[in-house]
Write a protein that binds this ligand. Structure first.
Ligand SMILES: Cc1ncc(COP(=O)(O)O)c(C=O)c1O
Length: 468
């Protein structure tokens, strides 16, 4: 069980005011009222400090986002310099801040999609939804306005606005909200550890997923389906790396039925998986990608869509009578965000982010695998680059999951917090996604804290189930 936090419940304490006045994202409201908030006060490199001064290694980079850590002074300076010029300008009606042009150009230089343009928004949800609208435009211009449906995947995460949430494959994103909307379909998550049948090889698993996708498309009617969306590696769904050949097999089916491929690079982009973009790591060939988080190391809310030539041409065609492209967010291409993103990109290049992530990711993974060898509950260590999941199981041989009532992931999360480590428990999978600037000492500290947490979790479980 989660440890109850002791908190200051005086009516004017920060904790009590938080409970009274602040509705939290992705938090159980009742539980929050019982245990109160963990109030964070500041960050330094890969560490954060709570209001009592306790230090934590932030092994999730906040929400998979602060690639450059929590105190990068160059980003602060870039923001200050941009504010000196102006606090806001927009990109509507032919206008644009000057540095937004520069950012678009720099993104196109590293784009995994050839001959791309960059469209800016503010959040990952806006970026994934923008891709859906552009897919609809593309098909309408090609004489197929009936191609509207979107296929996403179980355990995918694409955001919290209504269409983005409809594309999620996580029950909590749908349950109370009457989602998904009609026309938002889901196919299998490519989790070979959980999804293969007894005796089924990985290639046979991939063939089955491709065949099931094709059956879904044929059943729904290929002329009704606009696009397929996927994270190269599922993040919030438990860090699921697709088996070799998965995207090639899936994309062959999609191309046969003229279905666009949308890449959600909100987490995987900007070096996270050991390449500039996750699609390069997993052999995915998207028509558009959504970017956010790492674009500014989350020092400013900014997102982008990179779209290829066919989509650009469709937009021109649609508006050839002089109409406006009827889409846009007030803060699209905000000049302060652009300045921070430009500096973030500069730092990624200077630190040579891709080989750095491969080195640090290799060290993290090797250390986790070493710890797993001494554990009776680590079923699988998986991931790429600095995005690694450790799945805890009740039985290593049969891969049997823990009884959900034990809430093993939540228990692990609470023990990690006690130990000064911030991870993300996704069910019983423990996620690591540390700032990309983490060095050897940071990795070793994370491993030490993880090892200690794991063995106290095992001891607690053994108390509950002497045979565990
Ligand atoms: C893969 C992925 N896509 C989209 C989003 C949505 O981003 P935002 O919360 O900025 O709307 C997230 C958020 O975590 C994400 O992990």
């Amino acid at each position: 069980m989660e440890a109850a936090r002791v908190f200051d419940s005086k009516p004017n304490s920060a904790e009590a005011r938080d409970i009274a006045f602040h509705l939290h994202s992705q938090t159980n409201p009742q539980r929050h009222a019982e245990i109160g908030p963990l109030i964070m006060a500041r960050g330094e490199g890969v560490h954060v400090y709570d209001a009592s001064g306790k230090r934590y290694l932030e092994a999730m980079a906040g929400l998979w986002c602060t690639s450059l850590g929590f105190s990068e002074t160059r980003l602060k300076a870039a923001a200050a310099a941009a504010y000196d010029k102006f606090g806001f300008y927009h990109s509507f009606n032919h206008k644009t801040p000057d540095n937004t042009i520069e950012l678009a150009e720099k993104l196109v230089e590293i784009s995994p999609i050839p001959d791309a343009q960059a469209y800016f928004a503010t959040s990952g949800s806006e970026a994934t939804e923008t891709m859906v609208k552009l897919a609809w435009v593309y098909h309408a211009v090609h004489g197929k306005p009936g191609k509207r449906k979107i296929i996403a995947r179980d355990r995918g995460f694409h955001g919290s606005t209504i269409v983005a949430a409809s594309m999620c494959g996580l029950p909590r994103m749908h349950r109370e909200f009457g989602l998904p909307l009609d026309g938002f379909l889901h196919t299998h998550c490519p989790d070979a550890y959980r999804g293969t049948r007894p005796g089924e090889s990985e290639p046979a698993f991939v063939d089955r997923l491709a065949a099931d996708l094709e059956a879904l498309i044929v059943d729904e009617g290929p002329d009704t389906i606009a696009a397929f969306i996927a994270e190269p590696i599922n993040a919030g769904g438990g860090i699921v790396v697709p088996p070799k050949g998965y995207f090639a097999a899936i994309e062959a089916v999609l191309r046969r039925h003229d279905i666009l491929v949308l890449g959600d690079e909100v987490v995987c982009g900007f070096g996270r998986t050991g390449n500039w973009f996750g699609c390069e790591t997993v052999g995915m060939k998207p028509d558009m990608v959504a970017l956010a988080k790492g674009i500014t190391s989350s020092y400013f809310p900014m997102s982008a869509v990179l779209l290829g030539r066919p989509i650009r041409e469709a937009l021109s065609e649609m508006n050839k009578g002089g109409e406006l492209f009827g889409h846009g967010f007030t803060n699209s291409g905000h000049p302060v965000g652009a300045a921070i993103a430009l500096e973030t990109l500069k730092i990624y290049h200077e630190m040579d982010v891709v080989p750095h992530v491969r080195r640090m990711g290799g060290r993290l993974r090797a250390g986790l695998e070493q710890i797993a060898r001494d554990s009776r509950i680590v079923g699988q260590v998986r991931g790429e680059g600095l995005m690694i999941g450790v799945e805890l199981v009740a039985d290593l041989a049969t891969r049997q999951a823990f009884d959900p009532a034990l809430k093993v992931g939540a228990m692990f999360d609470a023990l990690a917090i006690e130990n000064g480590l911030i991870i993300r428990a996704m069910g019983d999978t423990i996620g690591f996604c540390p700032p990309l600037v983490i060095d050897e000492a940071g990795i070793d500290e994370a491993l030490d804290l993880f090892g200690r947490t794991l063995f106290s979790a095992e001891a607690k479980l053994a108390e509950k189930r002497p045979s565990a």
